[in-house]
Design a protein around this ligand. Sequence first.
Ligand code: GDP
Ligand code: PGA
Ligand code: MN
Ligand code: MN
Length: 619
Amino acid sequence: GREPAPSRLAVAQAYAEHGWDLGTTDAALAAWVLEVAELTQPDEIVWCDGSRAEADRLFKLQVANGQLIKLNPEWRPGSYLARTDPKDVARVEARTFICSESEEDAGPTNNWRDPAEMRAELKGVFAGSMRGRTMYIVPFSMGPLGGSISQLGVEITDSPYVVVSMGIMTRMGRRALDLIEDGRTWVRTVHSVGYPLVDAEGIHRPEVAWPCNDTKYIVQYPQDREVWSYGSGYGGNALLGKKCFALRIASQMARDEGWLAEHMLIIKVVSPAGRAHHIAAAFPSACGKTNLAMLRSQLPGWRVETIGDDIAWLKPDASGRLRAINPERGFFGVAPGTGESTNRSAVETLWGNTIFTNVALRDDGDVWWEGLTDEKPAHLIDWRGEEWTPDSGRTAAHPNSRFTVAAEQCPTIADDWEDPDGVPIDAIVFGGRRATNVPLVLQARDWKHGVFLGATIASEQTAAAEGTVGALRRDPFAMLPFCGYNMADHWGHWLRIGEKLGANAPAVFQVNWFRKGPDGSFLWPGFAENMRVIAWIVGRLERTADAVDVPIGRVPAQASLDLDGLELSEDALERLFDVDQTAWLAECDLTEEFFARFGGRVPAALTAELEALRYRLTR
Ligand code: GDP
Ligand code: PGA
Ligand code: MN
Ligand code: MN
């Protein structure tokens, strides 16, 4: 429990005594900021208003400190390059903790710590962690300001890189603070890079290009709706509105309040008949969400518009339909593999006003990464700041290097992407990176079967988190690192939402762009050609595309998947949809083992789905 709040006068006096700026009329916010400031001991407190002038000042400051490189405005106006510490390049799942009251509520797929013990430990860790630094107070809204599905938060941070990034990724500043001061609820998040510039004895140490700490903590208190992050400046570890709030905390809020917070892109698909359908799709990190969100159709008559590329909040509306918003305002996208031929929309989005992190620097002051152009530049400075030539034998950009850019710059952004009430979702798609077994596309038999598909997704690990790239792991709902409570309860929640939606429930599909042939190359061309799969999915919604039952679901009937003009051999097509009985029975055994990890908590409907699948495979 929290201690009783001090009086307004006592709070104001304390700010004055420290010489700190009291930037809000909200007593609870002022008292909380004071509490964190007295713990972390910053030099000053800056209340962020989200203005252009504020961002410009913070960019200038970081360039002067050697923390950002200003790119050549001729090629990349208003844009900057950050190079992180080589040990701070991805989310740290092993240091991510869910501190629910009971360990069972966090479940076997999360790292659980007792909340009281963790609070005591973090008090020691954060004590004096902002000495010599400025503490920024960053009020923000996830989702359109004041929207019916939106939520407010405040991030306290000692990183100006985080402030400017939050300025791109969220609706940040004065207008969010106004809503908080109007009395709306908000989520508390605290971040420190863990690199004080003055130690306990008052000895100064020099600033560095990327301050961070070898010890990291990414801590969620789901019951208190609170986040504490220490030691990392990187993406999902530090921009606390994103994974920590919009997924880990929000999934818990959503469970309690009857909605869904998911690791999903949202697109609007317009068919040749001019009909619009909205699709939400969950793929693990670095498995193609941003690419699908910005797909440029080459299939005549079809168009895809972008609504979100990473996170969706979905809520049943008064008429019983599921509506979704993108709670973010920008894209934090994977750079490598983003090029004219793969994702032209992203390349166009990045024309300026972009923060690049861990990509390579060209001699002309622009940026480069693997896949941006077919031809490699003759000379670069790589992501570590070292000389690089094509025969260096290493990549110039880090595999998890990223761009941070406002969504409104995306040429394919949908005109209803900021609808405060969200868009109606017609289909939900699950995906992952699977070299074997999983077909290009299939439809679930019904909602329960769809939840089973989501619950049993496995994917080869990518560079987006620390770990062994390529290792196959279960990543249910693409939420393994992001579900703020017991994953099995999450499946139960999805089943309940399905019951509530009834006949209005979206159709559910599974896709796999990453199946490989015997020579190890991808069988499916992917990227823009994924439009063909999306067109089949829409065809199912409009009842114009046929499907046939196979044991694992419904796959496109002969000729119902438009392959016109595509160079795809009969052999590749067959392999893309091959369902190998032995391999799938082995998958069933692995699913049984996976379910067993959750004890008795797996919903009976899902164990029944597993048995039904086994039956269909052996029949
Ligand atoms: P996100 O992290 O889920 O948003 O994934 P991205 O869209 O950023 O893609 C991650 C990586 O997968 C990039 O290197 C992409 O080039 C690659 N990728 C995306 N879509 C496809 C596809 O359809 N086929 C193949 N082979 N690779 C893809
Ligand atoms: P991604 O987002 O899903 O676009 O990779 C960042 C992450 O999940 O770490
Ligand atoms: Mn993500
Ligand atoms: Mn992405």
